[in-house]
Every structure is written in C-alpha cells, then in structure tokens.
Write a protein that binds this ligand. Structure first.
Ligand SMILES: *[C@@H]1O[C@H](CO)[C@@H](O)[C@H](O)[C@H]1NC(C)=O
Ligand SMILES: *[C@@H]1O[C@H](CO)[C@@H](O)[C@H](O)[C@H]1NC(C)=O
Ligand SMILES: *[C@@H]1O[C@H](CO)[C@@H](O)[C@H](O)[C@H]1NC(C)=O
Ligand SMILES: *[C@@H]1O[C@H](CO)[C@@H](O)[C@H](O)[C@H]1NC(C)=O
Ligand SMILES: *[C@@H]1O[C@H](CO)[C@@H](O)[C@H](O)[C@H]1NC(C)=O
Ligand SMILES: *[C@@H]1O[C@H](CO)[C@@H](O)[C@H](O)[C@H]1NC(C)=O
Ligand SMILES: *[C@@H]1O[C@H](CO)[C@@H](O)[C@H](O)[C@H]1NC(C)=O
Ligand SMILES: *[C@@H]1O[C@H](CO)[C@@H](O)[C@H](O)[C@H]1NC(C)=O
Length: 836
C-alpha cells in the first residue's frame, strides 16, 4: 500500500483513540523472559579455514608457529562460574574503594577491574540465546536499517569504491536462519556476527553497540605505530614504545600470529569504520594528534579468540604477549547481582539502556565519535585527546544548563582563549575557542604560515555550550591576526576529524570564503517508512504552521517555544520535512510529494529516493547564526583571508561526516586547494584524503523511534489492518538494549554527477601522500613547518612526496596520479616473506 493512501486511511480514524498495542510496542521493550535455559556448550575458536587469509601456514612456512597451543576446550564448569568470579572481582574492587573513602583516602570511583580474557569470554559465552527474542530483534532492527541511505549501493558497490558487496537484509536473513537452526547457539556469537555485519559496511555513521560492551572489554597488549624513516620510504610496523625508546634502531614486526604482518593487519583493518582502506589502516595505530590508541590496542572491543598473540620481530625473535580484558561498569549498567550468564542476560542484554542515553531530535549532528567502545586507556602512556575542559563561565548563564536565547542578545561567556595549552602540542596556539575545538597557530618559519588545527567539529564534552559562537569567535580573531601579521599561507589540519556539528563545517568554509556559495546537496531513501515519516512531519509542519513558527522564533528564540510550536520545530528538525530545505534551484520544494517522491534511481542501483536538496542555513532553528546567514548575513562582504592557492589541506584519510561536508565544499567550489594525506598501507599508491563516511547526517535509533511516536500520536491506528501496516513498516522498540545505534541518513551527492552516486563510494586521492616519520608522528608543529617549506619554501627535510607532488607556490593542478590498480589485500598475502 502506498504510504499516503494508508495514512489518509489512518487520519480518517478517530484521533481520540486510547492506547493501542502499537503504542505499547513503541513505548516499551519486551518483557523479560526467565524461562531460557543454557544451550549445549560448544566453543568456537576462529575457523581458520574460513578466514579470508586461509590457514597461517599457507602464507609461507612460519619460523615459529605457536599460537594454536593457546586455543582451549572450554569446560562447562568454568562457564557456570565465570560470571560469578568476575562479579566478585567487581565487588572486591568496590569494597577497596569504599574502605579507602572510609579511611579518608582521596580515591576516585573505579569503573573497571582487570580480569582474565578467557574468563571474560567464558562469561559472555555463558549468556543464553533466546531464539524468539533474537528473531524479533533481527526483524525489528531491519526496519531501522532500511533508513541506511546506502543500503542498496552496499549490495552492489561501484567498482572503484574499494567496498566489498554487503547485502545487509540478506545477511540478516542468513543470521535468522543460523539462529533458528542452532548454528548460532550462543547470544554473544549473535551479537558479534551482527556487529561485524555492520562494520563490514565501513560507514562510521552505521553501527550498534550492545550493552555487553559496557561490562566487558578486551584490549591488545600494546600500541603499534607505522613509521617510515623519511616519510617517503615504505613504513614498517613497530611496537610504539620500542620506537619511542630506540628510534629506528628498534626491531620492526615481521609476523603476527605466523602471518606476514601486512596480511594480518589488512585482515584486521577490515573491521574499521572508514571507507578508505588506508584510513582503516591508519586507525590500527596509535596517533598523537589527535590522541588515540588505535584499534590494535582497542580490538574494536572484541574477544580476540585466545589469550595471547605471537609477534615476530626483525631480529628473528618471536614472543607471546597477553591480551587483556576488563570488567567495566557505568551509571546504567553494573555487575551487581550477576552470578550466571542468565543473570547477565536478564540484567544487561535485556536492559533498555539506550532509552536513557537517547539523544533528542533537536541535535542536528552529522558526526559522532567512532561507536566502538573504548576506554582510551593505554598502559604505557595515556594520550587521550586532552581537550580543554569547559571553563568557568563568567556570566549569569554559567550555572544553568539552558542555552541562551537568540533574542534578546544572550550574555555570552568568554568565547576564546589566547596562548593557552591545546591538546598535547608542545606550544599553545595563538587562539582557541572555549571548547578547545579549533586552535589557530602562526609558525616561526621563514614563511609565517598560519595553521588551523581542527581534529573535530564538535566539543569532546557532549554538554558543551556555545560551540558555534566560540568556533566563530576563534576563527574571526585568528583571521584578523593573520591579516595584521601579513600571513599569506594557511594549513588546515583535519587529521583525525570524524565530524561533529554541521554548522561548524559551514562556518569554517564561510569564514575562508565569505562571498562564495556554500551548496551541499543530499538526498535520503524514500522507502515506505520514510514516506510515512515525511507525511507525519508534513502534517505538523505545513506551510502555514512553518510561517507562524518562523515569526515566533524571530521574536522569542528557539529556547522559548513549547507546545504546538515545539512540535512543529521538532518535525522540521527531524530531517523528514521539506520546510528547511532548498532544491538545486534554491527553492523550497513546493509540496510533500515533490520532496519525498519517491523518485526511482536509474542506473546500476535499484532504489527509490527523495529529491536532491540542501539545508536552508538561514532557517532559524538554532541559537546562533552561521556567518553569512540570518543576523550575520552581511558577513559575505568580509575580505577573504587567504587565496585558495595558498591553502593546504592536511589529512590522515579519517576525515568523515561534517569534515567531508567541509572538504567537499572546498573541492566543488574551490578547485586548486592542495591536499596532503599522511600514512596508509605501505603500497606507494595514491591515497584518499577524505576517506571516512561522506554521509551528511547520522540518525540514531532513538531519533527514528521518536518519529514512530510522532506517527502514532498523529494517526493512531483504528483497525487491525492499519495497525499491521505500521507494525510492518515503522521502527519499534527492540528487545535488546544498546548504548549506541545509528544509521547514515543522508547521502551527499554532487548535482553535476549524472550517476548520482553517493560520495561514500568516491575515493579521491590527495595531491601528495607522505608516510609518518618519527618526528612527524610525535610533533605536529614540526610537521606543519616541514609541509609549509615543502609546499611554499626551500628548507623542507622532505625530499618530495611518497606519491604525487605539491606544486611550489601554486595551487593544486587538479592532477590526480593514475589510479593504480589499488593494491588489494591479496597482494600482501602473495608477497614473499621479507628476509629477517
Ligand atoms: C570451518 O570451515 C570449513 C570450510 O568452510 C568447514 O568445512 C568446516 O566445517 C568449518 N568448521 C567449523 C568448526 O565450523
Ligand atoms: C628483538 O626485538 C624486540 C623488539 O624490539 C625486543 O623486545 C627483543 O628484546 C629483541 N630480541 C633480541 C634477542 O634482541
Ligand atoms: C548497579 O545497578 C543497579 C541497577 O541499575 C543499581 O540499583 C545499583 O545501585 C548499582 N550499583 C552500583 C554499586 O552502582
Ligand atoms: C614562536 O616563537 C615564540 C617566541 O619564541 C614562541 O612563544 C611561540 O610559541 C613559537 N610558536 C610556534 C608555533 O612555534
Ligand atoms: C518507479 O518505478 C516503478 C516500478 O518499478 C513505477 O511503478 C513508478 O511509476 C516509477 N516512478 C517514477 C516516478 O518513475
Ligand atoms: C526494484 O526494487 C523493487 C522493490 O524492491 C522491486 O519491486 C523491483 O522489481 C526491482 N526492480 C528491478 C529492475 O530489479
Ligand atoms: C555587519 O554588520 C555589523 C553590525 O551592523 C557590523 O558591525 C559589521 O562590521 C558588518 N560586517 C560587514 C562585513 O560589513
Ligand atoms: C587552478 O590553477 C590553474 C593554474 O594555477 C589555473 O589555470 C586554473 O584556472 C585554476 N582553476 C580554478 C578553478 O581556479
């Protein structure tokens, strides 16, 4: 049935209908079932013959192959006690804390305790599988995943996208079959299979983290880095602390668990969230700017299948290192009362934790941090991004959590700080915003290059206030100083930038190019449920209601509306309304059907989509205006601070989400901005500077569920047929709890691309590629100086680029080195063992 016909049917029904089963289904999670019994135990070590690498021995005869001895046959007795033992470790740790506090010791509340990896896995493995609820979860989650913008493209990805085909819905059906047949007989195996399915899509906006990750996490033995002696020679992989101690004298790694090291890493990186294999490769390693431990250490949160890992070094020694595991807890989920896998299932798996962490409709956030759970701790050194914490607010607004209103003029706190420490850099920036999002530097080189260090487009603190205002003020102060100093060259460092607030991406672009248009087009899927949501949004946000809302917002501001006006504003902010969008001609789509279509895609992919639109950035839905819009409309006549030929974009391929909105604006509107990408696989091929998800808006499951609520409150179903129609189509509450779950909602599309391919599948190489050298890895200020000299000066220690080149004193020529046959994973597998 067509959505609109169905909804007309629903709308005709009596709106005063009382609570109906569908409403309960949205509002509640499934009741806890206690009847589940443990299935037969059987332990499933990774099936090496199904690994894409094949058995280790087919690579080359390994010098020392010891890892098999650590696989173990589980003993059902252990299963029965593992959770209880972990739980008592938790209780003991809390008891130690309590006694410390009682005796006046100033202890911090603990949030984790080390446990043995095998025991942690035994406990997880003892969680019973409930076939019926698991099947409910699978069919329920499919309705959320239908909103994933690329679901059809993933099945049939464009040839040069480096994406393996993934049929999400087909794979869910296979999972359901495996659960039914007993092939998947343990709950944790289901969770892992489901997470891996989403991870294989390599879209940082698509992911789900089950509650179990809040109770147990696994860690690698140490952090790794990939270092080239001179940034040009192919890099080698080192244990980070070895390199830090012995520099290039340290032995590098030649084999992991008997596999050639690059083969092992390529397989491991296949669970990373970036589209670009080089960005996924970079994510394995520790990073200094912004700080992260890398996935070799965080293991994507998974049990690695055994207790130890074997590493062979270039000095021919092979050592076994222990994996680690931690029992963890937080405000919502803890070990109290867990003695068995069944307790774990009841208290944790079925705990609807995500209802408590649900983000609101109001957050138009395009980027989110990597959803993998990580406690960021590194036993050798902690180099978490030390964001400057929210400082004391100076004005009356400091003590409340309400945001300032647009009118009357809010009393702002101090928005920028000068010469204050920033991240881990050895020198502080000239200026930074109050939330430590951006730092603006002037280098002491011969050129006087300016640098903007932006490793995120959002504050680390979710509750941070004045993000746009602070960012805006810092950029304004920085560009004014650049003018005063006569600084002519600019490096934009977006390494590690996984996105953030969309407004900040547009703000940076407008401050760089005040007069330039900032068009950024997108579309969403227009499947049945999207049509239903769009219909509901339209029912609230009619033209008339929208005009009235805008008038109201202009008088009282976004934070002072409630009741019907708030409902209209939320419907517009939902992303399913046409009211705050423009088509490619700059006009608001004239009616619902024009906006949502559905339009058929023509070409390789069979799907239905919405109209191509962009955000109306002047729509007053936020508490501050982007430069060039609304109250800051006259910003377009500000001087442009740098010529585009004088701008260098520095990335590590991670750039995702809002960062891709920003870099796409540069690319489409400002050809000739040059780019450099750092790191990547040691293959001497061109590498993408924008390698994270190009999706331009993420939606959490909580957000989608609130759309379902809107539908049901507007159109309560009256007949069984109506109810069944909604049950079959819209997302409802899921039986298993999770702490994070989201899909990519919007595909960014270039209007001039006739194939209308989502930019996720377009990997465009940087002009210049360099590997990390020891000093470039540890010292960003040094790296900026070297790049400035390489691009504009004469004193660089870099002899050029590892791949591509930078035109001296000119913009990018737009020349992209020939697309090599990008080196496939298989090349590493066939690579002979390097003599050691
Ligand atoms: C491992 O994979 C092989 C090849 O697909 C299969 O024949 C075998 O049954 C698998 N073993 C287990 C224990 O799943
Ligand atoms: C080999 O190199 C590793 C890594 O640097 C080091 O830990 C180990 O001690 C070395 N072994 C020998 C025998 O020198
Ligand atoms: C553990 O969680 C339960 C249920 O959420 C809560 O009642 C209890 O206070 C928590 N205990 C601790 C020690 O945090
Ligand atoms: C430049 O030199 C000044 C004076 O020595 C110092 O305070 C500042 O931190 C230096 N800036 C950078 C980016 O190195
Ligand atoms: C889209 O394709 C379907 C059949 O696949 C057809 O019924 C429908 O009319 C097409 N819509 C448009 C707008 O062309
Ligand atoms: C396209 O998908 C629709 C909906 O799944 C289906 O009905 C139609 O047959 C498909 N068309 C082609 C050409 O595969
Ligand atoms: C924009 O208007 C404001 C307030 O009227 C003024 O202070 C500012 O200088 C103007 N900016 C430009 C670029 O004209
Ligand atoms: C880019 O630079 C080249 C040479 O410097 C120039 O010919 C070309 O017009 C520039 N392209 C754009 C779009 O500005």
């Amino acid at each position: 049935m067509h959505a609109r016909a169905a909804l007309q049917l629903l709308a005709a029904a009596n709106l005063a209908a009382a609570s109906l089963p569908i409403i309960d289904a949205i509002a509640q999670v499934q009741p806890v079932t206690t009847s589940t019994t443990l299935q037969a135990y059987y332990y499933a070590p990774p099936n090496s013959s199904t690994s894409r690498l094949g058995p280790a021995t087919t690579v080359a005869p390994p010098r020392t192959l010891t890892y098999t001895q650590t696989d173990y046959t589980p003993n059902p007795t252990v299963f029965a006690t593992a959770c209880a033992e972990i739980s008592s470790a938790y209780s003991s740790r809390l008891a130690v804390y309590s006694s410390q506090i009682a005796s006046g010791v100033d202890a911090t509340y603990p949030t984790r305790v080390p446990v043995r990896p095998r025991e942690a896995w035994d406990c997880l493995y003892s969680i019973p599988l409930d076939v019926d609820l698991t099947l409910d979860f699978i069919s329920g989650v499919a309705k959320y995943l239908q909103f994933q913008s690329t679901i059809e493209y993933l099945k049939n990805p464009p040839a040069n996208s480096l994406q393996d085909p993934v049929d999400i819905i087909g794979s869910l059906e296979n999972l359901a079959d495996q659960v039914r047949s007993g092939e998947i007989a343990h709950h944790i195996r289901f969770e892992n299979a489901f997470r891996k399915l989403l991870q294989r899509c390599h879209d940082g906006h698509l992911g789900l983290v089950f509650n179990s990750a809040s109770l147990i996490s696994f860690r690698g033995p140490f952090t790794l880095i990939s270092i080239s002696p001179d940034a040009i020679e192919k890099p080698k992989v080192y244990v980070e602390k070895d390199l830090m101690e012995f520099e290039l004298e340290a032995s590098y790694i030649t084999r992991i668990d008997g596999y050639e090291v690059e083969a092992w890493l390529a397989e491991f990186a296949d669970y990373g969230s970036s589209q670009s294999p080089d960005a996924r490769y970079n994510a394995i390693f520790a990073n200094r700017d912004p700080g992260s431990d890398g996935t070799f250490y965080t293991l994507y949160g998974w049990y690695p299948g055994k207790n130890t890992i074997s590493i062979t070094f270039s000095n021919s020694s092979t050592y076994q290192y222990d994996y680690r595991a931690y029992a963890r807890w937080n405000n919502a989920l803890n070990w109290t009362g867990i003695r068995t896998g069944s307790d774990f299932y009841r208290n944790i798996v079925l705990n609807p934790a995500y209802f408590q962490v649900a983000s609101s409709d109001q957050q138009a956030v395009a980027g989110t941090p990597d959803p993998s759970p990580t406690d960021g701790e590194n036993v050798y050194h902690v180099h978490d991004k030390p964001r400057v914490k929210k400082r004391q607010m100076r004005t009356g607004v400091a003590t409340t959590s309400t945001r300032p209103t647009a009118t009357p003029t809010p009393r702002l706190p101090q928005l920028v700080y000068f010469n204050y420490p920033f991240m881990t850099h050895r020198v502080g920036p000239y200026v930074q915003d109050l939330n430590g999002i951006v730092g603006g530097y002037f280098l002491n080189d011969t050129i006087g290059t300016a640098v903007l260090d932006i490793s995120s487009f959002a504050a680390a603190d979710d509750d941070a206030e004045f993000q746009l205002q602070g960012f805006q003020a810092a950029l304004t102060a920085f560009f004014a100083e650049a003018r005063r100093l006569g600084s002519k060259k600019l490096i934009l460092d977006v390494r590690g930038n996984g996105g953030g607030l969309v407004a900040l991406g547009f703000e940076l672009y407008k401050q760089l190019f005040p007069a330039a248009p900032a068009n950024s087009y997108y579309r969403i899927r227009a499947h049945e449920a999207a049509q239903i949501f769009a219909t509901a949004a339209e029912a609230l946000a009619t033209d008339k209601n929208t005009d009235a809302l805008v008038e109201l917002l202009e008088t009282v501001g976004i934070n002072n509306i409630d009741g019907d006006a708030l409902d209209v504003a939320l419907a517009i902010a939902s992303g399913f309304s046409r009211q705050n969008t423009f088509d490619v001609n700059g006009k608001k789509p004239e009616d619902l059907a024009t906006f949502i279509g559905p339009y058929n895609l023509t070409g390789l992919v069979n799907d239905t989509v919405s109209l191509l639109v962009e955000n109306n950035l002047g729509f007053p839905l936020s508490d501050a205006d982007i430069s060039g819009f609304g109250s800051r409309a006259n910003f377009t006549s500000s001087p442009q601070p740098f010529r585009k030929e004088d701008i260098l974009l520095l990335s590590d391929g991670t750039c995702a989400s809002t960062c891709t909105i920003f870099s796409e604006l540069l690319k489409r509107e400002q050809a000739n901005v040059s780019s450099v990408v750092m790191g990547g696989r040691p293959n001497d091929s061109p590498s993408a500077h924008v390698g994270g998800t190009h999706g331009s808006r993420v939606l959490t499951f909580a957000n989608l569920l609130s759309n379902s609520r809107r539908v049901v409150s507007l159109y309560p179903p009256e007949t069984d047929e109506q109810e069944q129609y909604l049950i079959d189509n819209i997302p409802l509450a899921l039986p298993f709890g999770f702490t994070y779950a989201a899909i990519n909602f919007r595909d960014a599309i270039r209007p001039e691309d006739e194939t209308e391919t989502p930019l996720q599948f377009a990997l465009e190489p940087a002009d210049c590629r360099l590997y990390f050298s020891p000093i470039g890895f540890t010292d960003s200020v040094y790296l900026w100086g070297e790049l400035s000299e390489l691009k504009w000066g004469t004193n660089s220690n870099f002899a050029g680029c590892a791949v591509g080149g930078l035109q001296k004193g000119e913009g990018s020529t737009g020349y992209v080195p020939d697309d090599p046959e990008t080196v496939e994973i298989v090349n590493y597998i066939l690579q002979p063992l390097t003599p050691s």
